[in-house]
Design a protein around this ligand. Structure first.
Ligand code: XIL
Length: 379
């Protein structure tokens, strides 16, 4: 439900557009050097944890970016360092050193740690994909879950146990992605993994993290429904799942958006008793003009129309942007799908702070969405 207060402030700012969001012509951003509250404080006032991903050097070789990250964030996610294939040591062993250092840094600075991710089809070691025996594959998969869960036991706010489990296009009635785990272990792999994760670290919230569920397309309609069915089924079977992550990799002017459909998805998920997390918010600008003012306005509008809905749902307790500053982003580094790359020479501007660490209109959009958000019980 859109609160009266939100409607009033929206009306004061500008007329409501068809999608139910406010388009604001000029985005006031604090001038350089002006005092501004950290995003984590504005979020905490509403019972929301604000955080970002970080790569190891961004924490372990401290600079002005590290300072900004620590100032703004209540929670940090390792960008790649805890993905299985990124941890490969000799043979089948794992190298935990960067993960260990990151969790030490994050918790040592009083921040929470959002662990990502135990199992992701896209980052699975080659040796695992070559296992022929089903029983052996199950054993190795569960060893991975148990290793990660027990190593960081008691220090993790939440664990992405399986990342991106769904792909309706693969044609299965249960819409599970035809992933390496499904192929090697069978469709029960999900339940086995979540049970093992719970046994390994009973206090970490166990998350199902998904993407392409934010926009209004027939494909995303199907995926939203598949996600609802999956969570319903896991709950019914007693499989431990505590939270659902909505990645929220947005793009300017790429796909239609329905506030109603996003609102309904979040409410329907919340009705299963799971916490909701926005886990990887950022926004590509390949369809926006080079002009920085205009581009930043468009990116901010995309943030706003998503966040106005997402933060209105009180089950959303975590808001993570996939980076804080355009200085470090997988989008700027061209690690996304190439259809999301700009075709001119301009670097993308996907995050709330620019490369010089100054707040951008997307920052203002986050601040305003937090301001409009109803207060919720803390996570
Ligand atoms: C991305 C990282 O940001 C990149 O550095 C890496 O090259 C690929 O993975 N969904 C996820 C994240 O769950 O782990 C991905 O992170 C972005 C998409």
């Amino acid at each position: 439900m859109i609160s009266r207060r939100r409607l009033l402030s929206a009306a004061a700012a500008s007329p409501l557009l068809a999608g139910g969001f406010r388009a604001v012509a000029a985005e006031p951003v604090p001038p350089p050097g002006a005092a501004r509250p950290p995003l984590k404080d504005l979020a905490a006032a509403k019972g929301i944890l604000y955080g970002s991903c970080a790569a190891a050097p961004q924490l372990l070789s401290p600079d002005d970016f590290t300072e900004l990250l620590v100032r703004e964030c209540a929670l940090v996610v390792p960008e790649n360092e805890m993905k299985w294939a990124d941890m490969m040591g000799p043979g089948e062993s794992s190298d935990y050193r960067l993960g260990d250092k990151m969790i030490d840094f994050v918790t040592g600075h009083g921040m929470l740690f959002r662990a990502h991710t135990m199992l992701w089809y896209w980052r699975t070691p080659g040796w695992f994909t070559e296992i022929a025996d089903r029983g052996l594959a199950e054993k190795k998969m569960l060893e991975r879950v148990n290793d990660m869960g027990t190593r960081y036991k008691g220090r993790v706010y939440s664990w992405d146990v399986v990342n991106e489990p769904l792909k309706p296009d693969d044609g299965r009635p249960d819409a599970l992605r035809q992933s390496v785990f499904l192929e090697k272990v069978g469709p029960q792999y999900l339940d086995l993994a979540y049970r093992a994760a719970r046994a390994a670290d009973p206090h970490a919230k166990l998350v199902v993290n998904e993407y392409d569920i934010e926009y209004d397309t027939p494909e995303q309609d199907t995926k939203r429904l598949a996600l609802l069915k999956l969570i319903e089924r896991m709950k019914k079977d007693g499989t431990p799942v505590d939270a659902v992550g909505v990645q929220a990799h947005l793009s300017v002017d790429r796909l239609p958006f329905s506030a109603k459909k996003l609102r309904t998805l979040l409410a329907d998920l919340a009705a299963f008793g799971v916490e909701l997390q926005v886990t990887e918010l950022d926004c590509t600008d390949e369809r926006a003009p080079a002009d920085i003012k205009e581009r930043d306005r468009m990116v901010a509008d995309e943030y706003r129309r998503f966040l106005d809905v997402a933060l209105d749902e009180t089950a959303v307790k975590v808001l993570v942007t996939w980076g804080v500053s355009d200085r470090h982003s997988w989008i700027v580094r061209h690690e996304t799908n190439n259809m999301k790359w700009r075709t001119d020479a301009e670097p993308s501007r996907p995050l709330p702070f620019d490369a010089a660490l100054q707040p951008k209109p997307a920052w203002t959009a986050i601040v305003q969405a937090l301001d409009h958000a109803p207060k919720r019980g803390a996570a």
